[in-house]
Design a protein around this ligand. Sequence first.
Ligand SMILES: Cc1ncc(COP(=O)(O)O)c(C=O)c1O
Length: 400
Amino acid sequence: MTPITDEAIAQWRSDTPGADRAIHLNNAGAALMPVSVLQAMTEHLSLEGQIGGYEAAAEAAVGIRNFYEVTARCIGAQARQIAFMSSATEAYNKALSAIPFHSGDVILCTQDDYVSNQIAFIQLSRQRSVRLIRIPDLPGGGTDLDALEQLLRVHRPKLVAVTHMPTNSGLIQDAAAVGQLCRQYDSWYLLDACQTFGQLPLDVAALHCDFLSATFRKFMRGPRGAGFLYTSDRVLEAGLEPLFPDLHGATWTGPDEYVCRNDAQRFEQWEKPYALVLGSAAAVAYADAIGLERIQQRIQSLAATLRTQLSALPGIHNLDRGAQLGGICSFTLPHAEGQWLKQQLDQQNIHSSLQLRDGALLDFQRKNAAWAIRLSPHYYNTFHEIQTTTEAFTEILKRL
Ligand SMILES: Cc1ncc(COP(=O)(O)O)c(C=O)c1O
């Protein structure tokens, strides 16, 4: 792995117009885009303005095709297995809509699955009488794989759903081990990689997932309003199709007939924001040039330093649990309001995110926390920024 030098960090920061405006520790919300991403989008928008949206898309056909190729390559997939989506949630829900659930079918999910995914499971259990079972956690956090295997053996679930990294804490689940078990017990496996895409290397073959959903705006540093869905060949060959494919996903072949495309674009809609498609491709190319192993190493070391430094301050509780932790650091102050802490950080020009109980109900309940402040460094952040953040917390805590 190429070492991370001061010159490399200086280059990443000079490629990032927002890097010096604030201490941006909200990369799990939306990271700062590099200039190449901004350029790809503004150039395309300008072309649309000059020649028209359809004509601009035709002119950008090579770049648009490249989106599928670079996204696929980044996760070890094929271009035909990728569908552009407007968000990770759209990708996730389209995948869910393709699974033929019947009354009594079981969904196994984790204690830490993303809030919108949990809401979708609950709706499926209400509307289609699907049984939702949550896999217990290990005492130190993270899904208990022995318990998962036991549940797979007994319930033969239709679907196993795992959020690789939750929105509100540093836990990284052992998604590959879950995938191996899913193959062994022949369950569909849906992986929400929204927080890990762009943060660490992903390889769908090693993960053994059938669906993978993600967004570009978080650790991948792409634009808002852009995500993707990966589907395995098993999914495509089984003929799984989303609820309501449109004229892009399917062809109307007879008065009462249609056939779906044979690739993952059967999940996509015809109308797409091509500036965002091109911006997303530029983001993946930028990450690829740096290398995801390096990105992961740098994020983990910044996050570990932040966790250690803030945890040493009196009265602050770190809420991250699990054998492997990544680039989300979550903290609470038992005797303060989360909104107050967020405002204090805003005043210091430190970007953070306030996570509330209903965003991760089960996790907050067992940690007995009402809220958490989420700090999520990226590779372009510096150890100096981590130190400044620690000093800001030291001063803020004195005001309590
Ligand atoms: C783990 C996880 N999954 C899914 C989502 C939803 O992503 P989107 O807002 O792109 O639908 C988020 C957003 O924060 C997330 O953190």
